[in-house]
Design a protein around this ligand. Structure first.
Ligand code: MG
Length: 358
């Protein structure tokens, strides 16, 4: 067992250039200023993790993640990686408001453990073996940008397009979404407002799209977090299923959304909650028969492959939103991000996430 003891935790800036700004209703990210977390076990296994703070979503920054990781390292050094669930609880008690940092450290511990044991990550999480095909995001911008993005993504084989709305008026957004539908008529469309509308504007957008006969599969976070009753009221009027993202930042949030019948689906991101609490959210959503999306912040292949293994191993995911490595000029690993058209090619015979640092 000594070989599975955590000997060292290291955290350093992981600055990744983006091929275009990642613009959403609440702001734009011009570069991914993330944190690379490595965990070394006494037996020599090295685990990789990544914290991806998104300041416009949660207020976390690269500096706050680095500071949190400096505080967390002594809590896990000298402990067994096999105790990853208990360690996660200690981390959550220590820095409750830095979930991205905790997620990065939890991922690195579990990655190191599975590498030491020679076990594929997806097998550790459950072995369901669900195949995953990801959507791709059309970031907030003008109609011309939306049209060009839709054409290019459809040509590359993406079957679901997630359109960021809520940065403009419902009328302008309806125009943009219709432009996307015209450019990629076979694509399934998901909308994500990141809380950028009020109830009236959200309903107005759906009404305008209905009039233009643009089918929408799912509408994510139409209104801001913090008012689950308003979300429940909106769901009763909406012609499209609703998904909670910002409104689902904890297992407690999800219990409340379930009790109120506020949404049809939950977007699970380990960066919002840490890894172990994401597992609790998945259990609650499954028991309530809600749809499940696996998503992320602006993450490289390190964090996104971990989430892919989690989703594939647990199974039951109805939406896959693991596309941000496509927006990076270059990822941090030798092997990169394994996409074949829109399908993730996970090596389920390899331990850990199967990646080595470049
Ligand atoms: Mg979202």
């Amino acid at each position: 067992m000594a070989a599975l003891r955590i000997s060292r935790v290291e955290a350093r800036p992981l600055d990744l250039a983006l091929s275009e700004p990642f613009a959403i209703a609440t702001g734009a990210l011009l570069a991914a200023n993330n944190v690379l977390v490595t965990v070394t076990l006494e037996g020599g296994s090295l685990g990789l993790g990544e914290a991806a703070p998104f300041p416009a979503v949660s207020g976390e920054t690269q500096a706050s993640s680095l500071a949190a990781l400096r505080a967390l390292a002594p809590l896990v050094e000298g402990r067994l990686a096999t105790e990853w669930r208990a360690l996660a609880e200690a981390l959550a008690r220590s820095v409750p408001s830095e979930p991205a940092a905790r997620a990065g450290l939890e991922m690195a511990i579990v990655d190191a453990l599975t590498r030491a044991l020679g076990v594929p990550l997806a097998a550790l999480y459950g072995g369901a073996g669900q195949p995953l095909a990801t959507d791709v995001t059309i970031t907030a911008g003008d109609s011309e940008h939306a049209r060009r993005s839709a054409e290019s993504f459809a040509r590359r084989g993406f079957r679901t397009l997630k359109i960021k709305v809520g940065a403009a008026s419902a009328g302008d957004d309806a125009e943009r979404v219709a432009e996307v539908h015209g450019a990629a008529p076979d694509a399934r469309l998901v909308l994500d407002a990141n809380g950028g509308y009020d109830e009236a504007a959200a309903l107005e957008l759906l009404r305008l799209l209905e009039r233009r006969q643009v089918p929408i599969a799912l509408f994510e976070q139409p209104i801001p977090r913090g008012d689950p009753r308003a979300l429940a009221a909106l769901r009763r009027l909406s012609t499209v299923p609703l998904c909670a993202d910002e409104s689902a930042r904890s297992a407690q949030d999800v219990l409340e959304l379930v009790a109120l019948g506020a949404v049809d689906a939950i977007n699970v991101k380990v960066m919002k909650t840490g890894l172990v609490e994401a597992l609790a959210i998945i259990e609650i959503a499954k028991a309530a028969r809600l749809g499940l999306m696996i998503g992320g912040m602006v993450e490289s292949e390190i964090a996104m492959l971990h989430s892919a293994h989690l989703a594939s191993g647990l199974g039951g995911f109805t939406e896959v939103d693991l596309d941000t490595p496509l927006f990076l000029e270059r990822g941090p690993t030798v092997e990169g991000y394994p996409l074949d058209r829109d399908r993730l090619v996970l090596d389920l015979g390899q331990s850990g996430i199967g990646r080595t640092l470049a």
